[in-house]
Design a protein. Structure first.
Length: 152
């Protein structure tokens, strides 16, 4: 009987930058987006920073290779005393999709939120992200809110 590879979820580290860039580029490509080099550098620095109000990052590592990432942020909310947690970016290498990597990363954010006393975790996705939504429907609850944005 074959055993499943061991997956470790851990905080993002400085040594992860090259692989993080590959995965985050894949994430941005998935959403048909791109950012300039300055944003890559700034985002990675913020993810490694020690400001509690800045973004946090975790990675999924399997057989010594980073195969997934998640970025999340704690922020104030007018309807609660406690901070809430916004899960901004979640991405698994296409080679490991369907193996539970995304679920493990979301559950790690849930745990971080619990440890920080943040009672709510939320995220957004595109309506046509059918594969991602199959997971999200199992680990989250779809809300009735519609997102609006300032026109470019």
């Amino acid at each position: 009987m074959a055993t499943s590879p061991i997956v470790t979820i851990r905080p993002l580290a400085a040594k992860d930058e090259a692989r993080w860039r590959v995965l985050w580029s894949g994430y941005l490509d998935f959403y048909k987006s791109s950012v300039p080099e300055a944003v890559y550098a700034s985002t990675f620095a913020r993810l490694l920073g020690d400001d509690a109000q800045d973004f946090h990052g975790m990675v999924a590592e399997q057989d010594g290779t980073i195969v997934g990432l998640v970025h999340y942020l704690f922020h104030r909310h007018c309807w609660r005393i406690e901070n809430v947690c916004y899960l901004q970016d979640l991405y698994a290498d296409p080679a490991v999709r369907g193996t539970g990597i995304g679920r493990k990363l979301i559950e790690a954010v849930y745990q971080a939120a619990d440890e920080a006393g943040a009672p709510a975790v939320y995220w957004l996705t595109q309506e046509d992200n059918a594969v991602g939504r199959q997971l999200y429907d199992r680990v989250g609850q779809k809300t009735d809110f519609i997102k609006y944005a300032r026109p470019a």
